[in-house]
Each structure stands twice: as structure tokens, then as C-alpha cells.
Design a protein around this ligand. Structure first.
Ligand SMILES: *Cc1c(COP(=O)(O)O)cnc(C)c1O
Length: 385
């Protein structure tokens, strides 16, 4: 059985649980992203919220990607990691005044605006500084991403974005504002999307919207399609790089791009998920009446995705080759949702074995909490070993 390329002997000396990042895989992924997007001249901003570990951010910045931020803290982290200010875009439904001011002061590339109310505040704050903010309007294209309800965002009457029916009003109000400049349209329909037809529908929709706007005499400098490309959580060893080729090809094939228009993307998960694993030690094997539990020293405070979104992460016992048995893999936290997997086959586990929870590089470390007064997980990188 393939267990990935882990330096298991060196892991034994480290305090668990910890995140392990394969920097070589991240670099290979970035090469694919650059090649597949670059052939069409597309611009890619990495969605910092997926993982803001400074070493990963620095590597992504070195590869020339921009940053998609959803908070002032993320803008600061992106700048510190070396992302140039003119490659930073800023989305989010609840931008606080200090966050907008930070974006204005650091002259970021674009505010992705999610409501008329926000637009007015940006106009006012930019006016006070005597500057003009570049904005894109985030619209709800009403495309079903066919993904988990907690990560779908492109449907109508969502807290995110501006509904299409309200777009004319917003544009009208914008005409009276002198400190915002409309530069683009933005959309983001959800996350962990593996069905390319969702992206096809999105492009077709945006083509229609663009046509409507042009009838009103409005042409935008850039179109931003957000993130959302999914990865294969089931086969991390065989399919470690997301289908960036198919993904960008959909846009190239279907998008009615206007001459000189820029096309932007904001992938998060697809860039960093595969390179990270949560490494944890088995504390106890508890034999129940009908079930066997492997109780780990990692819990949902370290990786919340299974508890929050019923997410699947492949689990591997890195230190056993004994025949497989069925386990529920659980954490130590005093909540019944602290379960990583149920009834999965694993090489026989004993106290002290090391488990890897694979494909945990996105929405893992960054979502860690100190609930139960636990320590935050640390991070180790492949080039340390
Ligand atoms: C979360 C988010 C992304 C990244 O989504 P992934 O599914 O991780 O690719 C991109 N853009 C916006 C606006 C987001 O909120």
C-alpha cells in the first residue's frame, strides 16, 4: 500500500500532532498552475484563507501569483510574505473600516465589493484620503455549484455578493460616487467543485451578464471567476494535483473575452490542500462491543473539516504493515462530532502509531482553535528532513 513519501523515522522524534507540508509537491502544483493559466494569459491570485502559513505564502508569492484576501489580517500576511500590493485583491461581506483603510493605504489592486452599503463606505473612506478605489462588483450568477451546502455561495439571496436583479440599481448609485472606479466583475460560486459543468454554466452566465452590461454602455477591465476548483480527497497518492488543465480550458473555450480584458482566478484549496497532512499519534485503541476506536492526539481543534462539513480525509497508519481492521478514527475533544472517519480499514493500530490525515493543507491549520485549552498544531516542512 502506498503511504506517500513521509520521513516516518524522523517523525518519531517530533511532538504530535503537527502539519507536515510537502514543499516539493506544492512547487510542482504551482508549476502546473503557472503553465495552464499562463498559456491563456490568465492571472491567478491565491486565496490566502485556505492556508496562511508564512512559508507556504512566501513560496506562492515567489512563484509570481497574486493574493486574494478576505480580511485586513490576510492583507498584512500577504504583504509580509512578499506579495506585491498591486497583486492583492480584497473580498468579504463584512469589511471593517480599518480593513478598507489598510487596503486604500497599501494601494491594493481591487476591492471585490459585496453590497451597495459597502460600496458607499469605500467611496466615503477613499474620499477622505483623496484617492479613488478600484472596485469589482461581486455578483451572484445563480449557478448551482453542486457542492456541500455549507460551501456553496453562488445562489440567490446568499449573504455573499449582489443579486443580478439589484445590479442595475447598484450601478446607478455608483454613478453618483466619485471615489470608486468600477474595474471588474467578480463571482465565486462555491468550493470543492469537481464537476466542470458548474464552471461551464458560470462562464455562460457571465457571458450573458457581460452582454447585458455592454448594452448599457458598460465594459469592465477584468473578469474574476473566484476559486472553487476541487481536489481528489480519495486518491492523494495517485492524483496529487488538481485538474487545472481542464479547469482553465473551460474558460478558454467558452468565455467571450473582450479584447484586452483580463481574466482572474482565485484558487485556494486546489493549490495547497494536497501538499499538507496532519500527523497524529494513536493514544489508545479502544475495543467497543461492535466497534474499534483509534483515539488520536489530534482532534477537530487541529482539523475541523470532518466535523464541520462531513469532509473526507484519507487516513493512513504510517507505522504499521499488519493486516487491516475496521476503525472509527476519533479525537480527544469532549464533543461527539470529534470524529475523523468511521468504519475505515487501516493497518492494525497500536498505541504510539503515527497516523496521517491526508490532503489537509487547505482549511486545516488555518482553522485550528484552542478549544479545550489545547495547543495549536505546529508545522514542519519537507525540507527540514
Ligand atoms: C474561499 C474563496 C476562494 C477560494 O476558494 P477555494 O475553494 O479554496 O478555491 C476564492 N475566492 C473567494 C472570494 C473566496 O471566498
Amino acid at each position: 500500500m502506498l503511504k506517500g513519501k513521509f520521513p516516518v523515522d524522523q517523525f518519531q522524534a517530533l511532538e504530535t500532532p503537527f502539519y507536515y507540508y510537502d514543499l516539493q509537491l506544492l512547487q510542482e502544483t504551482l508549476e502546473v498552475v503557472k503553465r495552464e493559466s499562463g498559456q491563456y494569459g490568465y492571472h491567478v491570485h491565491y486565496a490566502v484563507k485556505a492556508n496562511a502559513n508564512p512559508r507556504l505564502l512566501a513560496l506562492i508569492a515567489q512563484n509570481g501569483l497574486g493574493a486574494d484576501c478576505v480580511s485586513g489580517g490576510e492583507i498584512q500576511a500577504a504583504l509580509e510574505a512578499g506579495f506585491p500590493n498591486d497583486k492583492i485583491v480584497f473580498a468579504g461581506v463584512g469589511k471593517a473600516d480599518w480593513e478598507i483603510n489598510l487596503g486604500l493605504e497599501r494601494r491594493i489592486a481591487c476591492f471585490n465589493v459585496e453590497s451597495a452599503a459597502e460600496l458607499e463606505v469605500i467611496d466615503e473612506l477613499a474620499g477622505r484620503k483623496g484617492v479613488v478605489a478600484r472596485v469589482a462588483l461581486r455578483i451572484n450568477p445563480e449557478v448551482d455549484a453542486h457542492t456541500h451546502a455549507k460551501i456553496t455561495t453562488g445562489l440567490k439571496e446568499n449573504k455573499f455578493g449582489i443579486n443580478l436583479s439589484q445590479l442595475p440599481q447598484v450601478l446607478k448609485r455608483m454613478e453618483t460616487m466619485s471615489h470608486v472606479e468600477l474595474t471588474g466583475l467578480h463571482c465565486h460560486i462555491g468550493s470543492q467543485i469537481t464537476d466542470m459543468s458548474a464552471f461551464r454554466n458560470l462562464v455562460i452566465r457571465v457571458n450573458e451578464i457581460q452582454e447585458e452590461l455592454e448594452k448599457k454602455g458598460l465594459r469592465v477591465e477584468h473578469l474574476n471567476f473566484g476559486g472553487g476548483l476541487g481536489i481528489d480527497y480519495y486518491h492523494p497518492n495517485h492524483l496529487p494535483i488538481a485538474a487545472f488543465d481542464n479547469y482553465f480550458a473551460v474558460f478558454h473555450t467558452l468565455l467571450d473575452k473582450r479584447p484586452g480584458q483580463q481574466v482572474h482566478f482565485e484558487p485556494g484549496r486546489s493549490i495547497v490542500a494536497p501538499c499538507g497532512s496532519l500527523i497524529s499519534k494513536v493514544l489508545y485503541v479502544k475495543e467497543g462491543e461492535t466497534k474499534r476506536f483509534a483515539i488520536l492526539d489530534a482532534g477537530f481543534t487541529d482539523l475541523i473539516r470532518p466535523a464541520m462539513y462531513d469532509a473526507y480525509h484519507r487516513v493512513e497508519n504510517l507505522t504499521s504493515d499488519e493486516p487491516e481492521e475496521l476503525y472509527d478514527v476519533v479525537g480527544p475533544i469532549c464533543e461527539s462530532s470529534d470524529v475523523f472517519a468511521k468504519d475505515i480499514a487501516l493497518n492494525k493500530a497500536r498505541r504510539g502509531d503515527l497516523f496521517a490525515l491526508r490532503s489537509a493543507g487547505a482549511y486545516g491549520e488555518i482553522m485550528a482553535s484552542r478549544y479545550n485549552c489545547r495547543k495549536l498544531p505546529r508545522a514542519h516542512f519537507s525540507d527540514e528532513f
